[in-house]
Unconditional design. Structure first.
Length: 232
């Protein structure tokens, strides 16, 4: 007799399928051609898929950016923000790393945060792409912005926060800016009144996506001596 399906395996298959989703072609232009390497980081709870991006000619000792994808903590993976990670690597000449952290509900909090912490620690220890472990910035969009701030709570480095007028999370972003300023954090707050949530991935639909990435690249390159928060 055929064996009944294994519920745990079925859930894991759905989880893995969500990690592989990409931004629809009609919303997002392909990112620039940069060198990439898919790696598996040995996290404390198991393997974590990650990708290392380097612009051709990136020199050993370059600073680095860990960029964390969004998806409401329940969806998406490194492929969804591939164009952003490529764009940051091309604009800055830094080593950029993205990851596919574990998603809820199969892996409830703090599983995803633990994966982000482990990849950040791996960047520091393994130095992929020859990066400088003393100059690592952390950034993310949507849920990734939340995880970015969580990663930076023991240091609160200088921050760049982007908010949007047509965004249900606009007030949360403003409160984040206010809280960081109250904590004495040096912060740049840019507000796009005409943009919706997630516009960074709409490069085929609006020039604002490229403009925002240009600004992030400019700001992070000002912080060569330390880390930086990029939360969108």
């Amino acid at each position: 007799m055929p064996q009944p399906p294994d519920p745990a395996k079925a859930l894991q298959k759905l989880h893995d399928e969500r990690l592989k989703r990409v931004t629809p072609w009609f919303m997002c232009k392909p990112g620039p051609a940069v060198d990439t390497e898919d790696v598996v980081v040995n996290g404390r709870d198991g393997p974590i898929p990650a990708r290392v991006y380097t612009r051709p000619g990136t020199r050993p000792g370059a600073p680095a950016i860990l960029f964390i994808h969004g998806g409401a903590f329940i969806d998406l993976g490194v492929d969804f923000c591939d164009s952003v990670q490529r764009g940051l690597a091309q604009r800055t000449g830094y080593v950029v790393v993205g990851l596919s952290y574990r998603l809820a509900p199969e892996h409830p909090f703090p599983a995803g945060l633990r994966d982000c912490i482990d990849v950040l620690q791996w960047m520091h220890d393994a130095r992929p792409g020859g990066l400088d472990p003393q100059r690592i910035a952390v950034g993310g969009e949507s849920a990734g912005g939340n995880l970015t701030v969580a990663l930076c709570l023991r240091g609160l480095p200088p921050a760049t926060v982007v908010t949007c007028g047509h965004d249900v999370l606009h007030s949360d972003g403003v409160r984040l800016v206010e809280a960081l300023r109250a904590a004495g954090v040096e912060i740049l707050h840019t507000h796009y009144d005409d943009m919706p949530h997630g516009f960074l991935l709409f490069s085929r639909l609006t020039r604002r996506a490229g403009e925002s990435m240009d600004e992030m690249a400019r700001e992070v390159t000002k912080r060569l001596g330390g880390a930086a928060i990029i939360a969108i």
